[in-house]
Design a protein around this ligand. Structure first.
Ligand code: TMP
Length: 201
């Protein structure tokens, strides 16, 4: 496998962080020069913005929310993702621009064309080579939610369903880049499906 930008997407409680970390550890063990990040986060400014975004005490309108996710993204792209890819490293990232299209676009009704234009600015045109969308029914994912849900997790079932359907539409639009992986009961089985896709890619 050549150096690649691989992102993970999914709705709440789908096991995305576990699966992306498992893939990162696996690729490292195979000798790949690989880094791991999560979004929003990865650098100080973006982690600070993450705390703001997820704090249930904050009132944040849809426009501000979209811009904050984009700001967090712009900084981690400039500081970490862009230099890593230019260095020939593989980047595994837990969430990226598709999250904004799904959560703020499909979920909150922010204009998706506008999100894509802002996204292009924030990412400097950097796009994932491969995106793994982990698909799990919303009710199942939300069952895994802890007893202090964050500002986004607190949203209604119908909001989260719109997010999931949004992801499925994105996957239909870009079947070469976005691969839908059904979440299986055993996390190793799910991981093996992901590795098969990464190897072929
Ligand atoms: P996480 O739970 O995957 O760590 O992500 C944090 C939350 O932020 C999660 O509820 C999804 C949400 N999110 C958005 O709403 N838009 C975005 O652009 C990103 C990256 C995350």
């Amino acid at each position: 496998m050549k150096s690649k930008f691989i992102t993970f997407e999914g709705s709440e409680g789908c096991g995305k962080s576990t699966q992306s970390e498992m893939l990162f550890t696996y690729l490292k063990s195979k000798g790949h020069n690989v880094i791991y990040l999560r979004e929003p986060g990865g650098v100080k400014l973006s982690e600070d913005i993450r705390l703001m975004l997820l704090d249930p005490k904050n009132r944040i309108c849809a426009q501000a929310e979209t811009l904050l996710y984009m700001t967090a993204r712009a900084q981690v792209v400039e500081e970490i993702i862009k230099p890593a890819l230019e260095d020939g490293k593989t980047v595994v990232c837990d969430r990226f621009l598709d999250s904004t299209v799904a959560y703020q676009g499909f979920g909150l009704g922010v204009d998706i064309k506008l999100i894509k234009i802002m996204g292009d600015f924030a990412t400097q045109g950097i796009q994932p080579d491969l995106t793994i969308f982990l698909d799990l029914p919303i009710e199942k994912g939300l069952e895994c939610r802890n007893n202090c849900p964050d500002r986004i997790e607190q949203r209604s079932l119908s909001y989260h369903e719109k997010v999931r359907q949004g992801y499925l539409m994105l996957a239909k639009e870009e079947p070469c880049r976005i691969k839908v992986v059904e979440v299986l009961a055993d996390k190793l089985d799910t991981q093996n499906k992901i590795r098969e896709i990464v190897h072929v890619f």
